[in-house]
Each structure stands twice: as structure tokens, then as C-alpha cells.
Design a binder for this molecule. Structure first.
Ligand code: AP5
Ligand code: MG
Length: 191
């Protein structure tokens, strides 16, 4: 298996880069944000629990995240590898991921961290908010997402730095340039 975490603050380009990455490396795509939005759209019990938290720009509980990830993996027993987008977002989720991959006798190969200055992130998200329909693409909520990221998610980068898996990637430039930087980093660890 080849297991990768695509990391970075809101608006860093995780979702944008993911489809081509999963295609090139034949990975299962696990975006906890997308899955939560699907549960909300379907008004499932899980979706109802997550809805208000997401609209405030806060993180939902680890329990809900584990539940949706388990569901996704059970539906896909024959895995070549996984690309995680938006997970892990807390240090405790990083431990959950470690245990999860052990169950497959596997491990995480790298954490690619898209680095983008905050003024550009805000610009991108406000622009996206004009058409996305996402309840959290409003300026006050975006600022709260940045705050949650700094407080709870940035420490996850430290965790992976210590594990020797953290790989910073310049997240500005054209989509092609960024994709090339990502694939270069992946090819280095997938050898
Ligand atoms: P989630 O859906 O994960 O959102 P996020 O991390 O805030 O990130 P975004 O999806 O907004 O940004 P992105 O990095 O994917 O950027 P994108 O490619 O879209 O999470 C949403 C919520 O769900 C959380 O707040 C939380 O409540 C909950 N949640 C999810 N996972 C959780 C977890 N594990 N634990 C707890 N709670 C969880 O790009 C952004 C925009 O920029 C797009 O319009 C794009 O077209 C544009 N763009 C991209 N690249 C470029 C470029 N190179 N140049 C110019 N524009 C670009
Ligand atoms: Mg996204």
C-alpha cells in the first residue's frame, strides 16, 4: 500500500490536487470534509450531528470522523493505498490513523503539507464562496476555520516532523507546478 496525507490549511488546494493524485497512484480518496458534506446533504443521523459544527467552522468530534472513515474503508476491501485529505486534523486523529494502517499491516509513507500564505487562502475561499454553496465559505467562518487550524491542526505537522514524514510543498503557482512538486515528493518515498 501507498498511504499519503495531503495536509494544509483551509483553501490550500488539497481537494483541487487530489483527483489527479488518486488517479496517478490508484489510491482510494478519503476526504473527511467531502464525506461529512455528503452525510449532511443526505440528512443522515451523522450528518445532522455534524451540520452546526461545520457551519461554525469548528472541528467535529473524533468519534464522527472515525465512523465515516470506517464506513468508507469497509466499502473498499481491496486497497492499493489511500490518499487522506483533511484527516488527521488533531494529534489524537494522527494516532487513530496509525492504528488504522496497522490493521492493514501498513504505515503512512508521507505527509505532504501545502504551504500558502493566509492572505491568499482568504482570497481563494472568498472567491470559491461565490459559487460553492458551502456553509463555511463566509468570511467570519473562514477566519474561525483558520483559528481552529492554528490551535488544533498545526500541531499535527509537528507530530509528523518528529516522525520524519513531514514534507512541505510550496502551494502557490499554477496547478501543474504544484502537482509536479507533489508527485516528485511522492515518487521519492514510493521507490
Ligand atoms: P474540509 O472540507 O476538509 O475543508 P478545509 O480543510 O477547510 O479545506 P477546503 O476544502 O476549504 O480547502 P482545500 O485545501 O481542499 O482547497 P481547495 O482545493 O478546495 O473540512 C470542512 C469542515 O469539515 C471542517 O471545518 C470541519 O468542521 C469538518 N471536518 C473535516 N474533516 C475533519 C476532521 N478530520 N476532523 C474534524 N472535523 C473535520 O481550493 C480552494 C480554492 O482555491 C478553490 O476554489 C480552488 O479552485 C482554488 N485553488 C486551488 N489551488 C489553486 C492555485 N494553485 N491557484 C489558485 N487557486 C487555487
Ligand atoms: Mg477540500
Amino acid at each position: 500500500m501507498l498511504n499519503i496525507v495531503l495536509f494544509g490549511p483551509p483553501g490550500a488546494g488539497k481537494g483541487t490536487q487530489s483527483s489527479q493524485l488518486t488517479e496517478r497512484y490508484h489510491l482510494l480518496y478519503i476526504s473527511t470534509g467531502d464525506m461529512l458534506r455528503e452525510e449532511i446533504a443526505a440528512q443522515t443521523e451523522l450528518g445532522k450531528k455534524a451540520q452546526d459544527t461545520i457551519t461554525r467552522g469548528e472541528l467535529v468530534s473524533d468519534d464522527l470522523i472515525v465512523a465515516i472513515i470506517e464506513k468508507r474503508i469497509k466499502d473498499n476491501p481491496k486497497l492499493k493505498g489511500i490518499l487522506f485529505d483533511g484527516f488527521p486534523r488533531t494529534v489524537s486523529q494522527a494516532h487513530i490513523l496509525e492504528d488504522l494502517l496497522k490493521r492493514f499491516n501498513s504505515r503512512l509513507h508521507c505527509m505532504l503539507s501545502l504551504e500558502v500564505p493566509q492572505n491568499i487562502l482568504l482570497e481563494r475561499l472568498l472567491q470559491r464562496g461565490k459559487t460553492s454553496g458551502r456553509s463555511d465559505d463566509k468570511e467570519d467562518v473562514i477566519l474561525n476555520r483558520f483559528k481552529e487550524y492554528e490551535e488544533k491542526t498545526a500541531p499535527v505537522a509537528e507530530f509528523y516532523k518528529q516522525a520524519g514524514l513531514y514534507t512541505p510543498i510550496v502551494g502557490t503557482g499554477t496547478l501543474v507546478e504544484i502537482f509536479e512538486r507533489l508527485t516528485l515528493a511522492i515518487d521519492n518515498v514510493a521507490k
